[in-house]
Design a protein around this ligand. Structure first.
Ligand code: CDP
Ligand code: MG
Length: 658
């Protein structure tokens, strides 16, 4: 509509178009009349409605902070409607997660009394439920970012609400930076940033001292029980459930459900299976994660069973989704966090202890309606030794992937983009060089490779290997290898049993390539998995000095990669890939990790770097002229890990294309 105004001034609109535009505005104005815009009195946000309204009239940006459950997400869009926003353009409302975008829009639609997709709609990838008379559009932050490519001024919006800004994902940082710039050009746009009560001043300063409204929030005391961990998370969780069931002290608590935090979907599947065997008579076990189907999701929000419920959730239940009636939280204390290792120059998805802020959020989930009880499966010393906050994503990822995404979203030059936490110029330069090497950029423009890489949530080097795999017909082999490189090596070499371990691992070894060795290991694991029970499998792994937890992670990342490949249309080929094909794929992502034999036991890498082959490698005694490494890491000395013998012709073929 704003675009129409612009064209109207230029005399480019016909009578008919003008009439249609006026009609649309009228219709949206009428659509608003049908809605119930009252704010529930008991929510902390409602007490600040007048203050927020005043500030919104006077300021372009406001920051609203408050505890989870205070009404930020569900009530602010209604408040905007009360002020007449949403008629000239939409009220855009972003969520960090798909599942949240859907449940939030459902909830708002239900509160204002409309069908979902009418006045209140939502847009997530592959599903757009926004209609002509929609006033509120709830979407993932990724969707709004992709809209920027086509709608540079975000003309279709009156106001943009960036919800959960404290999460500080790359997407959120991108949006905040872009909006900061856009506000100079669009004087009429309103921006509302909401956050848990963490780091609120950062946001305010970033937006030229925008006013902050602290809505507070009612929380009840939560008793914290630190439980000693045994190393078996599912077992410990089960024991905590027994304690919860056995405690007969408080009748009102007896009626409340249990929320348990896991680090990922696979962990949830496994836990669900085991816990169902043990507790199916006593509890209803329900998984909750981002890619849940509609029907499964409904079970969480519309309780149907008479049994007490146990919800197994990922981080999604930490702040963005509120599960009703939670009296107990069990927190093993881990999350899967992507992190770039400057040491190994690879971005990985390690499972890490969560920050104190995160642990406290988790705990708070059982103190929303009455006092609750939280079991932490770690001790207090551990808790106190953890970082206070989770680092923002831009501090954790490979900058090369930041550049890729900025290019894909057309956000402009990384060097001048307004970031809350701007990256170091030297690191940006390295990132650009790497992208040139990977043929993701040509000059400053994204190539076709670069576009594909921007869509893969993995390290750009590994993404480049996958692209090559598609070309070479080696997708099934390279997904296995790339996921192996993205997690920690599952092979263990305990100090006191090093020789035994090396002997056990030798069963899988290939004399010229650690990558083929990894493929052999994978096949062996798959065979065992299909024939052995869980317990016997664990024993078989232990006997060969293979860490089952890391195998699980390997398989999980592999599963995620397969999904990505499916999205990209990368399919398996019936024929196994040749040695050359496999290693050309590795080379495509590891050109700067090529080394040539120097003198006994030592190799010479790029920029004259002297290195040795890691002692656990089958090639540690090799004198092969040329090798490529999956990783070159500096520990006590410079070691190349996962190496393979390659031919100079293969290297040349790839370097020529730079
Ligand atoms: O965003 P914030 O955490 O501040 O709160 P909210 O999500 O707007 O939730 C406000 C209230 O609505 C909470 O007390 C929730 O219990 C309730 N709510 C709900 O019952 N069902 C939903 N799907 C969403 C919110
Ligand atoms: Mg919220």
């Amino acid at each position: 509509m704003r675009k129409d105004l612009h064209r109207l001034r230029q005399g480019q609109l016909s009578q008919k178009q003008i009439a249609a535009s006026v009609e649309l505005r009228k219709r949206r104005s009428r659509a608003r009349l049908d809605l119930d815009l009252s704010l529930p009195e008991q929510l902390p946000l409602s007490a600040h409605a007048a203050e927020i309204s005043d500030l919104l009239v006077k300021h372009a940006v406001i920051i609203i902070a408050g505890e989870t459950g205070s009404g930020k997400t569900t009530q602010i869009p209604k408040l905007c409607l009360q002020l007449g926003l949403g008629e000239g353009g939409l009220i855009g409302h972003t969520q960090p997660r798909r599942l949240a975008a859907r449940t939030v829009s459902q909830r708002i639609a239900q509160e204002v009394g409309c069908e979902l997709g009418r006045q209140v709609g939502y847009a997530i990838r592959f599903s757009d439920q926004v209609g002509d008379d929609s006033l509120i559009k709830v979407m993932t932050d990724g969707i709004l970012l992709t809209e920027i490519r086509r709608d540079r001024f975000l003309d279709q919006y009156d106001v943009i609400i960036i919800d959960e800004a404290h999460e500080r994902s790359l997407n959120i940082d991108f949006l905040l930076g872009y909006l900061k710039r856009l506000l100079v050009k669009r004087r009429d746009l309103k921006v509302i940033v909401t956050s848990a009560t963490i780091d609120v001043d950062r946001f305010s300063k970033f937006f030229d001292n925008a006013p902050v409204v602290e809505v507070g929030g009612r929380t009840y005391p939560v008793q914290t029980n630190y439980v000693e961990a045994s190393g078996d998370i599912i077992g410990d969780v089960g024991d905590a459930l027994e304690v919860i069931e056995g405690s007969k002290s408080n009748a009102s608590l007896q009626a409340r459900d249990v929320l348990i935090f896991f680090s990922g979907e696979r962990e949830i599947f496994e836990a669900a299976k085991t816990l169902r065997q043990r507790f199916s008579e006593r509890f209803q076990i329900l998984p909750l994660y981002a890619r849940l189907s509609f029907a499964e999701q409904r079970k969480i929000f519309e309780p149907s069973s008479s049994k007490r419920r146990v919800i197994l959730a990922t981080n999604v239940a930490e702040t963005s989704i509120t599960v009703p009636n939670i009296g107990f939280v069990i927190d093993p204390g881990f999350a899967r966090i992507n992190r770039y290792s400057y040491r190994s120059k690879l971005q990985r998805l390690p499972i890490e202890p969560v920050s104190q802020a995160s642990a406290n959020q988790r705990k708070g989930r059982c103190g929303r309606v009455a006092p609750g009880v939280c079991f932490r499966l770690y001790d207090e010393v551990d808790f106190l030794s953890r970082p206070e906050f989770t680092d923002p994503e831009i501090r954790r990822v490979n900058l090369a992937s930041v550049v890729l995404q900025m290019q894909a979203f057309k956000l402009g030059d990384i060097n001048t983009f307004p970031f809350i936490d701007p990256p170091e110029p030297a690191a940006v330069k390295d990132a650009m060089l790497l992208l040139l090497e990977l043929q993701a950029l040509s000059g400053t423009k994204l190539t076709a490779h670069g576009q594909a890489m921007a869509r893969m949530p993995i390290d750009p080097r590994l993404a480049r290997m996958l692209i090559e795999a598609h070309k070479q017909g080696a997708v099934s082999e390279i997904t296995i290898l790339v996921s192996a490189l993205a997690v920690q090596d599952p092979r263990e070499r305990p100090m006191n049993k090093r020789q035994l371990a090396d002997q056990a691992h030798a069963t899988f070894s290939h004399s010229r390539s650690d990558f083929i060795t990894l493929l052999n290991l994978w096949s062996w694991i798959e065979e065992q998995r299909q024939t052995l029970t869980r317990n016997r499998m664990q024993r078989a792994l232990a006997k060969r000095f293979i860490n089952p937890q890391r195998v699980r992670e390997w398989r999980e990342v592999h599963r995620q990669l397969r999904l990505i490949c499916k999205d990209l249309g990368y399919t398996d080929t019936p024929k196994a890939a040749s040695y050359q094909a496999i290693h050309e794929c590795i080379l495509a992502g590891s050109l700067s990790l090529v080394a040539t034999h120097d003198e006994r036991g030592s190799y010479l890498g790029a920029r004259g770097l002297k290195l040795r082959i890691f002692p656990g490698s089958n090639l540690s005694q090799t004198t092969a002229k040329w090798i490529v490494a999956g990783e070159i890491a500096e520990t006590s000395r410079v070691y190349a890990r996962n190496v393979a013998q390659v031919k100079p012709a293969w290297i040349e073929q790839h370097s020529m294309r730079i």
